[in-house]
Design a protein around this ligand. Structure first.
Ligand SMILES: [Zn+2]
Length: 463
C-alpha cells in the first residue's frame, strides 16, 4: 500500500513529542536508545490500537434502517454494538452498526463481514504471527517469545489453536489438490494449458517417528498409552550449480574433486501421518503440481526403504531411482567397523570398496562384502541391500549426467519438522495436533505460508 508520507511525518513528529515529554519526566539518570525504543514501541502500539478502533468505527458507511439477510429475510438496524478483537496492537474494542431481527435469528455487522473480522477472536494479522511462533517453538516457549515481540500475552492454547488452524488450511489445500489430480477432466485441462516443463525435477521421500500420546487419561488406558507413528515427508526440488562466490570451503574442495557442486532450489515439502497408499495419492498430486509428469528427467533420491520405492514404481515408473550416496557409503563404514579389528585393515578395505561404489561398480562391492557375511549380521543385511539396489547405485553414471546423488534435502526436512519441532521438550501430541502442526510447518518451509495467511482472511464467516 502507498502512504501519504507528509501525514506520516506529522504523526512521527507528534509521537516524538510524546516520547520527549516522557523522557523529561523520567527519574532515570541516563536514558539510552534502548529505553527510547521501548517507550516508542509502547506508544506506537497505543497509537495502533487507537487508529484501528477509529478506522473500524468510521468504516460502516451509510446506515440503513433495513438490510437483506443471507436467508433472504430482512434485518433491522439495532444500534452501534461493541465488539472486541485481538490484533497485532493488542486488544481493541470498537463500535459498529449491528443488524438483527430476522426470522432466522441471525445477526449481522457489515464492517466485520467486509474485513473478515470474527468478534472475540484473533485477527488475521495476529494469527499469522502467532502461528509462526507455533511452528518454530513449543507452544510454551512461543508464549514467552511472543510477549517480547508483541508486548502483550498470548495464551498457549491460543498459540496451539492458531497454529493448527493454519495446518488445517494446508490439509484442506492438500485434499483439494489430491481430488483435482485424480479427476480426468482437470488433468486434461492442465495438459491443454501446457505449463512449462523443467529439465530435471528431483523427488525425495523419508519418514520419521513421532510419539502420539492421548491427552485424555481414559483414552490412554484404551489405546495402551503412547504409540509411535511414522510421519512421512516428501520433497520436490530442482538442482542448481552453486555460484563460486557462494561456495563453502567444503564445496570448493568438492568442485576440485568432482568438477561441479549442486544444491537444491524451489523446495516444495509435503507430509502426513498416513498409510503408504494414501501418502501415494499426495505424492502423485503434489508431483503433478510441481511438474513431475512433464519434467524431461524425473529423479528420485531416497534412502532405500522398500515402501518408498514401491510408491515411486507405482506412480512414476519412468523415473531415475538413486539410493542416497551417504546412506550407501555409511553401510560400508559400519561393516568395516564390525568386521575388522585393526585400524589398518579397516581403512584398506573401506578405501577400496568406497572407491568402487563411487565408480558405480556395485558388483565389486558385493564381492567384497560376500566373504564378510558369515562374520557380520550387518554385512549380511547389506549384501541383500546392495544386490536389490544395484541399478540405483550407478553413481558414476549419475555424476556424469550432473545429477544430485545425496538426499540431504529430505533429511533436513524431516529434521526441521520432527527433531526441531514435534520432538521439542514439552511437546505432547494427539494425532490430529501432530499432523496439523507438521503441515503448517511444511507450508512455511515451502514458501507457501502467505497463501495460508491469505486464505484465512478470506474465510467465510459463520454468522
Ligand atoms: Zn435471516
Amino acid at each position: 500500500m502507498k502512504y501519504n508520507i507528509e501525514k506520516v511525518n506529522q504523526i512521527g513528529k507528534m509521537v516524538a513529542e510524546v516520547i520527549e515529554e516522557a523522557v523529561r519526566q523520567t527519574e532515570v539518570e541516563r536514558v539510552g536508545i534502548g529505553d527510547v525504543e521501548m517507550a516508542m514501541r509502547e506508544t506506537l502500539q497505543a497509537v495502533g490500537q487507537s487508529a484501528l478502533k477509529q478506522f473500524l468505527e468510521d468504516a460502516h458507511g451509510e446506515l440503513e434502517t433495513e438490510i437483506e439477510c443471507v436467508c433472504g429475510g430482512k434485518l433491522q438496524y439495532q444500534r452501534c454494538r461493541a465488539a472486541t478483537i485481538w490484533s497485532v496492537f493488542g486488544k481493541v474494542v470498537y463500535k459498529r452498526a449491528y443488524y438483527a431481527g430476522c426470522v432466522c435469528r441471525r445477526g449481522h455487522a457489515p464492517v466485520d463481514c467486509r474485513y473478515g473480522i470474527e468478534p472475540g477472536k484473533v485477527t488475521a494479522g495476529l494469527a499469522h504471527l502467532i502461528a509462526l511462533s507455533g511452528i518454530k517453538e513449543s507452544f510454551e516457549e512461543g508464549r514467552k517469545w511472543l510477549k517480547e515481540y508483541l508486548l502483550f500475552e498470548v495464551s498457549e492454547n491460543t498459540i496451539r489453536s492458531e497454529t493448527q488452524k493454519m495446518g488445517a488450511r494446508q490439509r484442506q489445500a492438500d485434499q483439494e489438490l489430491v481430488k483435482e489430480m485424480q479427476d480426468e477432466k482437470s488433468l486434461q485441462q492442465r495438459e491443454q494449458n501446457r505449463p512449462v516443463a523443467c529439465d530435471i525435477l528431483y523427488g525425495s521421500i523419508d519418514a520419521a517417528k513421532v510419539r502420539i500420546e492421548p491427552r485424555d487419561p481414559q483414552e490412554k488406558v484404551l489405546e495402551n498409552r503412547e504409540t509411535w507413528r511414522d510421519l512421512k515427508v516428501g520433497c520436490w526440488y530442482e538442482g542448481e550449480v552453486v555460484p563460486v562466490r557462494q561456495q563453502s570451503m567444503r564445496q570448493k574442495e568438492k568442485v576440485q574433486r568432482e568438477g561441479v557442486v549442486l544444491r537444491a532450489k524451489n523446495k516444495k515439502y509435503f507430509c502426513d501421518i498416513a498409510e503408504a497408499k494414501d501418502f501415494g495419492k499426495l505424492l502423485w498430486a503434489t508431483g503433478c503440481a510441481a511438474g513431475a509428469d512433464r519434467a524431461h528427467r524425473l529423479v528420485f533420491i531416497c534412502d532405500g526403504a522398500v515402501w518408498i520405492w514401491n510408491l515411486i514404481d507405482q506412480y512414476f515408473p519412468n523415473a531415475i531411482q538413486i539410493v542416497d550416496w551417504y546412506h550407501a557409503a555409511d553401510r560400508l563404514k559400519r561393516i568395516a567397523e564390525e568386521v575388522f579389528s585393526t585400524l589398518e585393515e579397516r581403512q584398506t578395505w573401506l578405501k577400496q570398496v568406497t572407491e568402487d561404489l563411487w565408480q558405480g561398480k556395485v558388483e565389486l562391492v558385493i564381492e567384497a562384502c560376500r566373504p564378510l557375511a558369515k562374520k557380520s549380521k550387518w554385512a549380511r543385511q547389506s549384501l541383500t541391500y546392495f544386490c536389490n539396489n544395484k541399478e540405483r547405485m550407478r553413481y558414476d553414471q549419475f555424476r556424469t549426467s550432473n545429477l544430485l546423488i545425496g538426499s540431504g534435502i529430505i533429511e533436513s526436512g524431516c529434521k526441521q519438522i520432527v527433531s526441531q519441532r514435534l520432538k521439542l521438550p514439552g511437546a505432547q501430541w494427539i494425532l490430529e495436533g501432530a499432523v496439523l502442526t507438521a503441515k503448517a510447518r511444511t507450508a512455511w518451509m515451502s514458501g507457501e505460508w502467505q497463501k495460508l495467511v491469505s486464505a484465512r482472511s478470506l474465510l467465510p464467516l459463520a454468522t
